[in-house]
Design a binder for this molecule. Structure first.
Ligand code: SAM
Length: 302
């Protein structure tokens, strides 16, 4: 079905009310194989109307103006071409906060909230969590969420992508924590200085971990739209773990913690790498709400 056909659908009285437009939008998206057509139609109509998704249900019989209908059809057309909803609306919720996102950053995933949750659970008596380093901050979702939860924390957040850091800065400002996060551009630890050795209480990272050869098998909406720099973890997907574990202990304080997101149930492999580094205690593995191994936590040996 072409976008022209969708436009002609607008003449259809079916498209006139919020209720009818939602039904039609859902139909059109499901015909194009979109995985969550109802949810996406709601988010996109909410965006076209500049209201929250929940508010649509308070005015289901409301009549849409031509302008709103045109806007909705344009948004449906973008979704139909595979563009992720978050890039279309420029927003994704993470840790109950609205994050600005662009195609320069990975869309923050709900599973990654476990990383924040686990980091916040590290008992204060073990580590003060006063100085936190996030590597590969992307949209800033992790660093900003931690900053909103720990008013005493100072955070350093790095990324190789200058464009991603611009997005992260917007999010830090949006949530009022820009004075407590320093954004540094560069490769892993490269932007840090000599005097940062032994400085951090907590190091946290959701690294690129998709094996290079598997990228072409990812859903097209990830493969074609999300930055490869945020996905590609090298031949076996473990390159970043090896590199981080090579240097992490140097920048962590005496009993500092390393918190890493992992993918594809790679807990055993990443735990082996942690143990082989010889600078951390045996790590703990946490599963996400889908039951998959998602987070590895390791305490630095004093
Ligand atoms: C999987 S994304 C995580 C983004 C964000 N922290 C999140 O959880 O949504 C990995 C991030 O690492 C960044 N990155 C990739 N290679 C890097 C490197 N060598 N040094 C620093 N950051 C890097 C990417 O630009 C991307 O923002």
């Amino acid at each position: 079905m072409s976008l022209e056909l969708e436009k002609s659908d607008l003449a259809d009285p079916e498209f006139v009310t919020v209720r009818a437009a939602l039904r039609r939008g859902e139909d059109l998206l499901s015909q194009f194989g979109v995985a969550s057509p109802r949810l996406d139609a709601e988010v996109l109509l909410g965006h076209a109307l500049n209201c929250r998704r929940e508010d649509l249900y308070r005015g289901l019989e409301g009549v849409l103006t031509h302008e709103v209908r045109d806007r909705f059809v344009a948004l449906l057309g973008r979704r139909r071409r595979g563009e992720p909803v978050a890039y279309i609306t420029g927003e994704r919720e993470f840790w109950s906060l609205a994050f600005f996102v662009t195609p320069q950053v990975l869309v923050p995933r709900p599973e990654t909230e476990l990383l924040v949750e686990v980091a916040l659970r590290i008992p204060a008596r073990q580590v003060s969590l006063a100085r936190i380093l996030e590597i590969g901050t992307g949209s800033g979702a992790i660093a900003v969420s931690l900053a909103t939860q720990r008013a005493d924390a100072e955070i350093w957040a790095t990324d190789l992508s200058a464009a991603a850091l611009e997005v992260a800065r917007v999010n830090a400002r949006r949530h009022g924590v820009e004075k407590r996060i320093r954004f540094l551009q560069g490769d892993l630890f490269a932007p840090l200085r000599e005097w940062d050795l032994g400085f951090f209480d907590l190091m946290i990272c959701n690294p690129p971990y998709v094996p290079s050869g598997e990228i072409e098998h990812l859903a097209s909406e990830i493969r074609q739209w999300e930055p490869r720099l945020a996905l590609d973890g090298g031949v076996d997907g473990l390159d970043f773990y090896r590199r981080i574990l090579g240097d992490a202990h140097r920048y962590l304080s005496g009993a500092g913690f390393l918190v890493l997101e992992i993918g594809g149930d790679s807990g055993t492999q990443v735990s082996r790498l942690v143990e082989a580094a010889g600078t951390f205690r045996a790590p703990a593995i946490y599963r996400d709400y889908g039951g998959r191994e998602r987070v590895v936590v390791a305490e630095r040996l004093p």
